[in-house]
Design a protein around this ligand. Structure first.
Ligand SMILES: C[S@@+](CC[C@H](N)C(=O)[O-])C[C@H]1O[C@@H](n2cnc3c(N)ncnc32)[C@H](O)[C@@H]1O
Length: 199
């Protein structure tokens, strides 16, 4: 049987993410002249093209600020996306920074969307509780926080943590065609998506 190249699998994941994110955000994120998105724990920022496309449908211009603790991934994100998003009128900037130290980033504009793809709550609950708390705090007045998760249980735990921090879940999607990953049982790509607003 022919083997699907890994790059094709990644593209299929991104296509599904695009459809699901559009469905999730559409009823909640209003049209604005400019939208700011903060991509927390973004890794290489593979989804940056998808995010810029969706933001461009909702605004005349957008800025994506990404951050992660891994400098090598941030370098890759900057070299891949720095100059390739003019068509969608989106600027990008990726920095090596801890998501649990968002409070120190006084220079960034309040995000309309704080985005966490494949949040890692159960890996380190105290750190990710801080990340969620500070992300909610940073949001603009009418901003939203969006998460995706690999696992059912991890998603349930993250949702519970966000609720206890005062976030209100306003939408969610379970991805029925999520690609199964073989490195852990029950793990699949963007299996759950959810959107929250603050009280
Ligand atoms: C499961 S990966 C998801 C990466 C990317 N969002 C994706 O979906 O491909 C979790 C990411 O969290 C980052 N991370 C872990 N702890 C962090 C922290 N305290 N602050 C910022 N990023 C962190 C890791 O470096 C890693 O890139």
């Amino acid at each position: 049987m022919a083997h699907t190249p890994f790059s094709d699998l990644l593209q299929q994941d991104l296509d599904k993410l695009e459809g699901n994110l559009r469905k999730l955000l559409d009823p909640h994120v209003a049209q604005k002249d400019h939208l700011n998105l903060l991509n927390i724990a973004c890794g290489r920022g593979d989804e940056t093209g998808v995010l810029s496309k969706i933001l461009s449908e909702k605004s005349k211009s957008a800025h994506i600020q990404g951050l992660d603790i891994r400098a090598a991934q941030i370098d890759q994100a900057n070299s891949r996306w720095k100059s390739s998003l003019e068509k969608t009128r989106t600027t990008t900037d990726f920095i090596t920074h801890r998501g649990d130290q968002l409070d120190e980033l006084s220079e960034i504009d309040p995000p309309d969307i704080a985005f966490l793809r494949h949040q890692n709550f159960w890996n380190d609950r105290p750190v990710w509780t801080k990340i969620f708390d500070q992300a909610l705090d940073k949001l603009s007045e009418d901003g939203h926080l969006v998460i995706t998760s690999y696992f059912d249980k991890e998603h349930a735990l993250a949702t519970e943590a966000l609720r206890s921090l005062g976030a209100i879940e306003v939408g969610s999607i379970v991805n029925p065609n999520s690609r199964l990953l073989s490195d852990a049982p029950g793990k699949s790509v963007d299996k759950h998506l959810a959107i929250f607003k603050k009280k």
